[in-house]
Design a protein around this ligand. Structure first.
Ligand code: PLP
Length: 222
């Protein structure tokens, strides 16, 4: 008999949760320190509803067009993690509680002008020097962090990165971990580390990730 979408999502979610627990255990960490963000980009509202019914309260989206219709329907914590376009920021700030991909001071200035609620902000770090997957280079991280931290309305919560294509996640996330360790000595409030997707979240957890962003392993391929 064919399984229903609800059964499929229930199974996939439970598999991911147990893999997160195992990865935490293997790195001597408590799985309660790891937040799972389920990335629902391109998937329909009905999937978000099912997952919310299964207890998921954190959802991630990459595109404003896709997210702004879903987010108002589900009382959850909505995360934006895509590349930021200035002209979309006002809309993004209307539904997102958390932005993982800030990499430009000018974008933060727009957030300061348009956001009507407080936003938790991760700065996206570029680990490979190319701008393909977004992010700031390490040298630009500190001035951007100071700018965000000076603002009493929004909260600098941590760093985010995507492992560059063609680089071993183990190498990428160990570099990220070193960058983050140095960073929190100056910005102690920025203790969160958003790293790890379907293909590499266990490696990210081994290197200190506190937030993993998982889509396809739960919802299927896009
Ligand atoms: C799409 C995406 C994810 C989730 O990717 P999966 O491989 O589907 O788990 C996580 N983070 C970012 C920045 C993404 O663009």
């Amino acid at each position: 008999m064919a399984i229903t979408r609800k059964e499929e999502l229930t199974q996939n979610l439970s598999d991911i949760k147990s893999r997160i627990s195992t990865a935490s255990l293997n790195s001597g960490r408590d799985h309660n320190q790891i937040s799972l963000i389920v990335v629902t980009k391109t998937f329909p509202l009905s999937d978000v509803q099912i997952l919310n019914g299964l207890g998921v309260n954190d959802f991630g989206e990459n595109r404003d067009d896709d997210a702004r219709t879903k987010a108002p329907e589900i009382a959850a914590r909505w995360h934006f993690q895509g590349q930021i376009q200035s002209n979309k920021l006002k809309s993004i700030c209307s539904w997102a509680h958390v932005i993982h991909s800030l990499d430009d001071a000018r974008h933060f200035e727009i957030i300061q002008r348009v956001a009507s609620h407080s936003i938790d902000i991760f700065l996206q770090v570029n680990l490979d020097g190319s701008q393909n997957r977004g992010g700031v280079v390490v040298e630009s991280l500190y001035p951007l962090a100071e700018k965000v931290e000076e603002d009493p309305n929004h909260h600098l919560v941590g760093l985010m990165a995507v492992a560059p294509l063609g680089v071993e996640p183990n190498v990428a996330f160990s570099e990220l971990h070193a960058i983050h360790s140095a960073f929190i000595s100056e910005f102690p409030a920025a203790s969160a580390l958003s790293a790890g997707m379907s293909g590499d979240f266990e490696t990210a957890i081994a290197h200190g990730a506190t937030h993993v962003r998982i889509g396809s392993q739960i919802l299927g391929s896009r």
